[in-house]
Design a protein around this ligand. Structure first.
Ligand SMILES: Nc1ncnc2c1ncn2[C@@H]1O[C@H](COP(=O)(O)OP(=O)(O)OP(=O)(O)O)[C@@H](O)[C@H]1O
Length: 254
């Protein structure tokens, strides 16, 4: 017999798991839960999310919930400073803490480090990857052009490889392997992005409620006159898709 104060119902014993009495209590690391099962883990993440604490650890893995709005100061310059050089777990869970751990491990172990970002469409992978890049270039850059160039390459890549889908207005339709290169003094000196499996079919056809790659609409809206003439650019509503396939291929190949 299970009771949640308002309702009592019967459940098979193999579907009933122990939980703490106070369902509003939350912890920064799921490993610290008194009872660890799927329900307590999800409840912990849910309670934290309701308090704008979108990050939770499972040891040195970070769970991020997409808040779909800008949480004040969560990614501010002050927050970046706070996380610099701090061990995982000394401050509230944050994607900056993961970035800093990777950086410190690279320095100490003198080995390349990888951060794997995974999740369903719209989970926040692209945004969190950008926060990691911003953190590393701001904290450990040389203060030269290259820092900004690494961060500012993203809008360009997104123009050609991101599109509106029914699940995400800015869905990445390609896989990305982002490298950040450091010199012997452990300062950021470069970057390299490899891309995989661009969804090329989207250039010709999109499902209803979905769109072509952002660059298509940007060109239709603001291309210089010579490009407008060359590719017969008009309003996107009247555009015949075949022409754009040629245009997109030309730009991507450059
Ligand atoms: N930490 C965050 N704070 C505020 N908004 C966020 C955050 N993470 C994600 N979002 C919002 O959610 C949207 C979708 O996130 P994002 O594009 O990162 O998902 P994704 O996992 O990369 O999806 P896809 O696999 O479709 O590319 C973003 O455009 C942004 O509006």
């Amino acid at each position: 017999m299970v009771s949640n104060n308002t309702q009592t119902f019967l459940a098979p014993i193999n579907q009933v798991f122990p939980a703490e009495d106070d369902v509003n209590k939350h912890v920064e690391d799921n490993c610290s839960l008194m009872y660890l099962n799927e329900a307590t883990l999800l409840n912990n993440v849910r309670v934290r999310y309701s308090k704008d604490k979108i990050y939770t650890y499972v040891a040195n893995i970070l769970i991020a919930v997409n808040p779909y709005y800008d949480i004040p100061k969560l990614y501010s310059a002050e927050t970046i400073k706070q996380y610099q050089g701090r061990s995982l777990g000394t401050l509230p869970p944050h994607v900056y803490a993961i970035a800093d751990k990777a950086y410190r491990d690279m320095k100490v172990l003198k080995m390349s480090q990888s951060i794997i970002v995974s999740g369903e469409s719209g989970a926040g992978k692209t945004e969190n990857t950008k926060f990691v890049l911003r953190y590393l270039t701001t904290s450990y850059g040389t203060g030269q052009d290259i820092d900004e160039r690494i961060v500012e390459a993203n809008p360009l890549l997104e123009a050609f490889g991101n599109a509106k889908t029914v699940r995400n207005n800015n869905s990445s339709r390609f896989g990305k392997f982002v490298e950040i290169h450091f010199n012997e003094k452990n300062a950021v000196v470069g970057g390299f992005v490899s891309h995989y499996l661009l969804e090329k079919s989207r250039i010709c056809t999109q499902g209803s409620e979905e769109r072509n790659y952002h660059i298509f609409y940007r060109l239709c809206a603001g291309a210089p006159e010579d490009i407008r003439q060359k590719f017969h650019l008009r309003s996107p509503d009247t555009f015949r898709v075949g022409t754009f396939l040629y245009l997109h291929t030309q730009y991507v190949d450059q």
